[in-house]
Design a protein around this ligand. Sequence first.
Ligand SMILES: [Zn+2]
Length: 321
Amino acid sequence: MLKKFLLIIFLISITHKSYCWGFYAHKKINYLAVFLLPPQMLILYKPNIEFLTEHAVDPDKRRYAVAAEGPRHYIDIDHYGKYPYAELPHNYKDAVAKFGEDTIMANGIVPWHILTMLTRLTKAFKEKNFSAIMRNSAEIGHYIADAHVPLHASSNHNGQFTNQIGIHAFWESRVPELLADKQFDFFIGKAAYIKNPAEFIWARVLESGREADSVLLIERELSKQFPGDKKYSFEEKNNILIRQYSSDYTIAYNKKLNGMVERKMRQAIFAVASFWYTAWINAGQPNLSALTTKTFSANDLKEFEELNNQWQNEKIKGREE
Ligand SMILES: [Zn+2]
């Protein structure tokens, strides 16, 4: 019995190696974003859709390799007051001048990092650099998706202050894994040009910050209606029995959230495709057809392999969610 118990604990800790929307949702968001692109971009993105999908989670893997990676995935925006967080300058230099770099880094930098990634992707398009276009596309997709997760914009990011530990993965992994394929609508339309990317991403981050309270409150209320043995269950995942939020509890939570997870996923998909598209437009709409025969260099492949090894063998650097 003890052995089985330990095995379960061990397996749960393995599954916790995926953060931020969970690997499933991150991959899904990048994958679906491809279909929103215009034909001039699809010509390159479609043949590489598997890369964009698989590497949607590289930034999470990098959290096991690089200490500076962690803050790029979140912003504890409630440290700066209440919605709409007027105390916090949206310009990075102004924010650092006001609060100091240590505070800004400690509270997370996701909106600013997305803008850095946009600059990198735009440069990659200008240089027609296949590897840089693909890598930066896959990775900006990750950070944009994270910015849409309410608990990535809250200091109570895993419900640790309100006795709700586990809610982070519940919202962003368990709900989409159980329901996205079955009932979410991912017909979204086309990517759009974003005139002011900073304004766009800040609006999303502020919205996430505002929604974090509902994400937590609704679960607390629902929890009162479910006894422990109904709230959690042992269910099979990849042929392994694990303890997790029960299907009934997950379905009830999603219902009470009134479509929030689906809405945020849809917004994330639209935003990812639109940032890709915007970088391409701002780079002068380079012709991508010459890049369709390109592949990754031996050096690229080595880097991917190293990242995977570090993710599998190292401990996370920085906080877990
Ligand atoms: Zn992340």
